[in-house]
Design a protein around this ligand. Structure first.
Ligand SMILES: C[S@@+](CC[C@H](N)C(=O)[O-])C[C@H]1O[C@@H](n2cnc3c(N)ncnc32)[C@H](O)[C@@H]1O
Length: 277
């Protein structure tokens, strides 16, 4: 991990954020008891509709700090969690203990899944973290390799357009921090910009983030031998006409905060094919 400066930096930042206890590093809500309600809690938009979870081999990728890996285990999946941050992993370890479920918990970098064999997982569940790596295509290649034929991959990340626009409203308009075609990290303008604030918690943690273009993700998935079968762009809340101009709520009313993609590896897949020219 130390050989990758972006990953090493973000590992330190996530440990710092987890130590401060900002909401992204804390489990939200409390899983219900019934299996049907548990499934809705895990997957409110039914991205895994029709996919058997009980007995499935699940890789919860970069899923530290929250309930998802624990809920997969509660639904009788054979669950592996891989995350970069030891503190994020510790949180899940505690939750699993409290719910008396077992899962494999590993510290690692999503860019290198070489500890796993080919086709080792039926589901790869990968929420809100591709933004923290410079090379999304490499992660997608790794996912395509470890996913079994007939398997399902669900990923979400910050929307590449919106990510370039946060905090840029001036004189009635949004001014992107970088061009959509610039694949470098999204620049922080100042210290305030690198401060995560929730209620009374404020922590300076300038995570390095990348707004991977939609074509990079879709073509990366195709090149990894998977097929996109769903793509969604959404914001956490419905549009708010009263949002203060220039605020994050305003931005997320006019552009989607998140991009979510579901892909399948065809049963009997012949392996990865070439990237489209
Ligand atoms: C926004 S949190 C999302 C956590 C979880 N997926 C969820 O939705 O509740 C981002 C997570 O990505 C992890 N992460 C960042 N870069 C990573 C990398 N290169 N490899 C593995 N995990 C990484 C962080 O440690 C953090 O736990």
């Amino acid at each position: 991990m130390g050989a990758d400066p972006v990953v090493e930096h973000n590992r330190r930042m996530w440990d710092r954020l987890a130590r401060a206890g900002i909401p992204y590093t804390r489990p939200q809500g409390s899983p219900p008891r019934s299996r049907a309600a548990l499934r809705r809690f895990l997957d409110p938009e039914s991205r895994l509709k029709g996919v058997r979870i009980a007995g499935a081999r699940v890789l919860a990728l970069a899923a530290g700090g929250g309930w998802d890996p624990v809920v997969f285990a509660m639904l009788s999946a054979e669950t592996t969690l891989l995350d970069l941050s030891r503190r994020q992993l510790d949180t899940v370890r505690d939750l699993a203990r409290r719910r008396r479920v077992g899962l494999r918990i590993l510290q690692g970098n999503m860019k290198d899944l070489s500890r796993f064999g080919p086709e080792e997982f039926d589901i790869v569940w990968h929420a809100h973290s591709l933004v923290f790596v410079d090379d999304a295509e490499r992660v997608l290649r790794e996912v395509g390799r470890v996913l079994a034929p007939g398997g399902t991959y669900v990923t979400s990340t910050m929307h590449p357009t919106t990510l370039r626009l946060y905090g840029t409203y001036r004189d009635g308009g949004w001014r992107p921090r970088t061009s959509y075609f610039d694949d470098g990290p999204i620049p922080h303008r100042d210290r305030r910009d690198a401060t995560w604030e929730f209620d009374r918690i404020r922590v300076v943690a300038p995570t390095i983030e990348y707004g991977h273009r939609i074509e990079t993700l879709v073509n990366g998935i195709a090149a990894a031998g998977m097929w996109v079968d769903g793509l969604w762009e959404h914001s956490p809340a419905p549009p708010d006409p009263s949002a203060e101009p220039g605020s994050d709520d305003h931005l997320e009313s006019v552009f989607p905060a998140f991009l979510e993609i579901r892909a399948r590896k065809p049963a009997g897949a012949p392996g990865a094919h070439k990237h489209p020219e």
